[in-house]
Ligand binder design. Sequence first.
Ligand code: ZN
Ligand code: ZN
Length: 286
Amino acid sequence: MQLIGAHMSIAGGVSNAILRGDELGCTAIQIFVKNARRLFEKPLDNDAIKKWSDNFNASKYVKAVVAHSGYLINLASPDNEKWERYTEAMMDEMTRCDALGIKYIALHPGSPGDMGEDFGLKRIASAIDAIYDEVNFDVDIALETTAGTGYHLGWRFEHLRKIMDNAKFGDRLKVIYDTCHTFSAGYDFTSEKGYHSVWKEFDNIIGLEKLAAMHINDSKYPLGSRRDRHEHIGQGFLGIEPFKLIMQDSRFIEIPKILETPKEDDWDRKNLNLLWELSGETPPKL
Ligand SMILES: [Zn+2]
Ligand SMILES: [Zn+2]
């Protein structure tokens, strides 16, 4: 069965995200493990962890959970003090994942400001090494493909490859392919031919075995715009075709596919229905 779902709110406690996912028949969900706009928060208590595992075990539909790290973390920061705080914050988020049994956490590689690509890619790798030097839990960082806004790295497959090569713990790194970001960054997979050539390039440079999950978003801005604004599936510059190709690609059936599209007016339900329809599989009976 396909692992299809959406990013779910943790308002009222992390365990609520599973209930929200169940309500929509999500077979996969993504969550923040704390407030995404803060670097630190009090640790998860035993009660929250127990509620989480109770809900997960009782869940009718949710089979896979991916975490997304907070927006403030920038492991490419050239400022030493900030870099240390961000690295600690990332470690804190991974500790939460470990407690919840979440295997992958998405990370936007970061921005080194005007210090240049090489500096930034090494900086990120050294933060990753500092984390795995200190802790030894079973949580892998999944570097996300980005749109490449401003100085943000990760918009070329080569960036992600270099981070993996620069890091001593490169084998702990996985990748999340965000359809909106990758398209905005200039990879055109909207036709069948383009689709196959972009995935071939991904496989050559990164390796398909590194793919941990996908973020399924259409884009409000065109190819190569380097802008990051998500649109409902089929209603942006990507159109329906690439989503159909993804949903019918047998290599990706077991890869969690997570919507991060606007939620108002029951749009998660509409986008999810569309993805199930494109996949050719029968959606879970609600
Ligand atoms: Zn992201
Ligand atoms: Zn985005």
